[in-house]
Design a protein around this ligand. Structure first.
Ligand code: ADP
Length: 527
């Protein structure tokens, strides 16, 4: 039975005659799968979490012209669903709904908003298994990682439900005796939130959590590659009692939706996670109506392993920082800089660890690395490796498409990389670990900072003074010391230089959705 038959909604089976350019996976590979896409989708449908329409003003809505787009499982190429393909008109209606809802949502007490967000968090946690499966289905990451994303993503709603109650103002000592000066913090207004495919839930909650906590309402545009998780989360927002119009979701024609959000004077803030190129367009576009902007853009994370590092800690940290999500995160280690005294030892131990990474469908047991998101992503990886090897780099592990076919790529380590190769200049966004050799601490800092990006950096050292010195010298927004996984809802996430503007998560994440108002009470000495 096909998915369409199993589900009876606008889902349809993979048509082998379609233009999808991938080869089929092997029989061995199929047998290894512990959970199949069809049963996952059926389960989601029966729990009401498999939504395929946009959400406008609390109503599930088709594209006005009836158009749909396909969402595919990157591990198999199978079409999971056809979702509404929306554009400017639907976006304008979503903006109007958010604008109308803003009036009442922003006037609720902090405690009322906090309770709704907490309820939404509780529902995400209650549906953790199904949501995790949905992420694996449309994004490809191993189920264990997907479940981790649900906990991480839900955590933003919990954290910001608490922060909602702490939007404190100030009382300023006046310069004139008959005045009293106050600072109020008020919500920005309607927020347009544009999110990527690599964290289909967490990149939404990291934005929408603080926005709603502050009293803003939102129009979310998830990636067209992974809209199903966003729609499921939006369904749960309704079930949590968050009023219609507070959370809206439109997806489809990205530039049309983006331009409608940018053009509208009712949208007061754009928050975006994605490529630097699109971020720059949005920043320029926001100038027309002078919107507030936060941008989480591409990184080029250095992972620096000093001679005095604990090799086991460094291998474990670098492995996590490089290979999670198949290397498809903006904080993934993009360059592994290793000091010459430890280079051979680290390279050997690291390659062994990489060799043990099991590649396969995210639903298979024991899989540590799933597919890349699509064929274009694989081609990018291939072109970066080709550029590096043509300039003297050596492939010491992997370096080819995986025998599973499709979008699977072998976990790869390349050595003799230098900072002039494409792979050191831009994010590879794939399972390729380039090793660069350096001599001194000064060299490491110079090489690490020799990039226009500045999101995450990692250092491995057992020298406490060095860890401070280097952390301070790195031109990055986040630094992990002896740790490769550092993102958490309680700490600020964001980049410097061309990696972006603003911070998400933590108490600082609230500021992005608040305006500061100064109120002066005059003539206070008259009776
Ligand atoms: P990636 O390469 O990681 O997919 P993108 O920056 O292309 O990163 O995509 C991130 C998000 O930005 C996605 O939701 C995508 O649809 C959206 N997007 C892409 N182009 C535009 C655009 N011109 N205007 C608004 N959103 C866009």
């Amino acid at each position: 039975m096909t998915l369409a038959a199993a589900l009876g909604v606008s889902l349809r089976s993979f048509n082998s005659a379609s233009s999808f350019p991938f080869i089929h996976c092997s029989a061995l590979f199929t047998r290894q799968i512990t959970m199949d896409a069809k049963s996952v989708a059926s389960q989601l449908k029966s729990s009401g979490l498999l939504r395929t329409q946009g959400l406008i003003g609390g109503k599930w809505t088709d594209a006005y012209d009836g158009k749909t787009i396909e969402v595919r499982n990157p591990a198999t190429g199978e079409v999971i669903a056809d979702v509404s393909c929306m554009g400017q008109k639907e976006t304008n209606d979503a903006i109007s709904s958010a604008y109308n809802a803003y009036n009442s949502w922003s006037k609720l007490t902090a405690t009322e908003r906090s309770k709704s967000l907490r309820k939404w968090y509780d529902l995400l946690v209650a549906h953790k298994e199904e949501l995790g499966q949905l992420i694996t289905l449309e994004q490809g990451k191993p189920l264990k990682e997907a479940l981790g994303e649900i906990s991480y993503g839900a955590g933003f709603l919990e954290f910001f439900s608490e922060e909602a109650k702490r939007i404190y103002g100030d009382i300023i000592p006046p310069a004139l005796a008959d005045r009293r000066l106050f600072v109020l913090k008020q919500p920005v207004g309607v927020v347009g939130a544009i999110t990527p495919w690599n964290f289909p839930l967490a990149m939404i909650t990291r934005k929408v959590g603080p926005a709603l906590a502050c009293g803003c309402t939102v129009v979310i545009k998830p990636s067209e590659l992974t809209p199903l998780t966003a729609l499921a989360a939006a369904e749960l927002s309704l079930q949590a009692g968050i009023p219609p119009g507070v959370v809206n979701v439109v997806m489809g024609n990205a530039p049309d939706i983006g331009n409608a959000l940018l053009a509208s004077p009712q949208v007061r803030k754009i928050t975006f996670t994605g490529s630097t190129a699109v971020g720059k367009k949005l920043m320029a576009g926001a100038a027309g109506t002078v919107k507030k902007v936060s941008l989480e853009l591409g990184g080029n994370a250095p992972c620096i392993v000093f001679d005095d590092a604990d090799v086991d800690v460094a291998v474990k940290g670098a492995l996590a920082a490089k290979f999670r999500n198949t290397g498809q995160t903006c904080v993934c280690a993009n360059r592994i800089l290793v000091q010459e005294g430890i280079y051979e030892k680290f390279a050997n131990a690291f390659s062994k660890a990489v060799q043990n990474l099991q590649v396969g469908d995210g639903f298979s047991d024991g899989v540590a690395q799933g597919p890349l998101i699509n064929e274009a992503a694989v081609q990018k990886v291939e072109s970066f490796i080709q550029d590096a090897t043509s300039k003297g780099a050596k492939v010491i592990l992997g370096g080819r498409r995986h025998s599973l076919g499709m979008t699977f790529y072998e976990p790869t380590v390349i050595s003799d990389v230098n900072n002039d190769m494409l792979i050191s200049r831009e994010e590879v966004f794939g399972p390729v670990a380039p090793l660069l050799r350096f001599k001194t601490e000064e060299d490491a800092i110079r090489i690490a900072n020799d990039t226009t990006a500045g999101l995450a950096a990692y250092i491995f050292t057992n020298n406490i003074q060095r860890s401070w010195r280097v952390s301070e010298a790195l031109e990055y927004g986040l630094v992990g010391v002896n740790e490769g996984l550092i993102s958490t809802e309680v700490a600020p996430f964001g980049g410097v230089k061309q990696s972006g503007l603003g911070r998400e998560g933590s108490k600082y994440g609230m500021d992005e959705y608040l305006e500061i108002k100064y109120v002066c009470l005059g003539n206070m000495n008259s009776s």
